[in-house]
Design a protein around this ligand. Structure first.
Ligand SMILES: Cc1cc2nc3c(=O)[nH]c(=O)nc-3n(C[C@H](O)[C@H](O)[C@H](O)COP(=O)(O)OP(=O)(O)OC[C@H]3O[C@@H](n4cnc5c(N)ncnc54)[C@H](O)[C@@H]3O)c2cc1C
Length: 405
């Protein structure tokens, strides 16, 4: 089998790229190793910039018709006092809020949108294990069962554990992530407004994402500390959470064992080169993101848009694209550098001191300023909601496609 474009990985980067390249008339196959998109505790954020992209595609109303919650502002609570950090209601877009939607619903939506284009195909339950090469150029992928699929271009969108970036010999620069995260859920009553907030108390940081009838909680701790916390027992863990967020103490019985608490190891890295002839890496495969700011999905989607903007037309016209791959890296490296730089700064200046604190904490200066001068809250809102160097859809749409709305 030979395809013009093979995309390894059906996450946000791979599915969005699949949609846009197929829309442009490029015969595209997305290969996803899981049998469905149903995986818990992936980021469930759909950013205002992503909604704006779907607006440009004429699909925003269909996306927002699916069940979701809206976040218009983000707060941090330090030692019991709330500080408002980001106000999304002034963003220069039509939908001035972050949508919280289970990622599998979002990816189902993108798959349905892509399925409207005859050039799109998706193979689930198929694992890419390596690359095939001809005369030093990547010529396709090899699946775990040994099957080979040829391609004019392979996009590696297989996430931060990418096998393809290793198979391609692309070099990774590890930027160091000093944290890991335990994810768990705690039931709650629906409240009139979304109460998403970071909770900081001496030695404990918990990001609490308001998902309507439950809290999605990210318990942040120093990297490598999971075994020690587990060894202290689930009761001790519940007590630690309860003392940091007393309001949810009565609901922590929902965490019955460590089976209810998922470890997610955090990495922060980026490739020095995102491509070689016949292959391009995008999303976490090119730059693994920390959960800080909840912006990794935005970057992954923006990478996909940039890749399609630069490559879809020539690919659809059967023109060689190897010489254009570096343009994608050049376009996207700047936002990745900026956001990873900010994430490192938050690791070092906010999370590190909070996790190391043993006595009453003072809110960081920046937090106090943001709370005092609300106009400043538009800056983090812009970084989180729209990102840096925002992309717009410039890839073409081939006429034969059937639009969803
Ligand atoms: C703890 C944690 C919490 C986070 N929370 C948020 C958040 O709230 N908001 C946010 O924006 N970002 C968040 N992030 C970052 C975000 O998850 C990533 O940046 C984003 O998912 C990257 O998208 P992607 O498509 O590049 O990769 P992924 O989402 O990792 O998708 C890769 C896909 O490839 C598939 N795959 C992998 N290997 C193969 C293979 N060999 N063959 C075929 N398929 C394969 C995988 O099954 C997966 O579906 C978080 C990260 C962490 C670690």
């Amino acid at each position: 089998m030979h395809k013009r474009l093979v995309i390894a990985g059906g996450g946000p980067a791979g599915m969005m790229a699949g949609l846009l390249f197929a829309r442009a008339g490029v015969e595209t196959l997305v290969i996803e190793k899981h049998g469905d998109f149903l995986r818990d505790f992936r980021g469930d954020t759909v950013h205002p910039s992503t909604i704006a992209l779907f607006d440009e595609l004429g699909l925003a109303n269909a996306l927002l018709a699916r069940e979701h919650d809206k976040v218009t502002d983000i707060s941090a609570r330090v030692d019991g006092r709330y500080y408002r950090v980001a106000d999304l209601t002034h963003l220069p877009v039509r939908h001035r809020y972050m949508v919280m939607m289970p990622q599998w619903h979002f990816l189902d939506f993108v798959r349905d949108a892509a399925a409207a284009y005859p050039c799109f195909s998706l193979r689930m339950d198929a694992e890419v294990a390596g690359l095939t090469e001809q005369a030093g150029r990547v010529s396709g992928v090899r699946l775990a069962g040994g099957e080979e699929i040829g391609a004019d271009l392979v996009i590696a969108a297989d996430g931060r554990g990418s096998v393809l970036r290793d198979a391609a010999g692309l070099e990774k620069q590890d930027l160091g992530a000093p944290i890991d995260v335990f994810w768990f859920r705690v039931p709650k009553q629906r409240s009139p407004r979304n109460e998403t907030a970071g909770q900081f108390s001496p030695g404990t940081v918990i990001a609490m994402i308001d998902r309507g009838d439950y809290w999605q909680c990210a318990f942040v701790f120093a990297k490598g500390g999971a075994d020690k916390i587990r060894a202290e027992g689930i009761d001790a863990f519940r007590r630690r959470v309860a003392s940091a967020v007393p309001e949810i103490a009565g609901d922590l019985g929902a965490i019955t064992s460590w089976d209810d608490v998922k470890l997610l190891a955090v990495s922060l890295d980026r490739l020095t080169r995102w491509h070689r002839p016949g292959l391009l890496a995008i999303g976490d495969a090119a730059h693994a993101m920390s959960p800080v700011g909840g912006v990794g999905i935005n970057l992954a989607i923006q990478d996909a848009v940039a890749a399609a903007n630069i490559l879809a037309l020539p690919l659809s016209q059967d023109e060689p694209v190897d010489q254009l791959l570096n343009d994608v890296q050049k376009r996207r490296l700047f936002p990745v550098r900026v956001i990873q730089g900010m994430q490192r700064a938050v690791h070092a200046s906010v999370l590190g001191p909070a996790l190391g604190a043993t006595a009453k904490m003072k809110a960081p200066f920046a937090l106090r300023m943001l709370d005092r001068f609300p106009i400043l809250q538009r800056i983090p809102a812009r970084v989180v909601g729209l990102g840096v160097r925002r992309e717009h859809i410039r890839s073409p749409m081939k006429k034969s496609a059937i639009p969803m709305e």
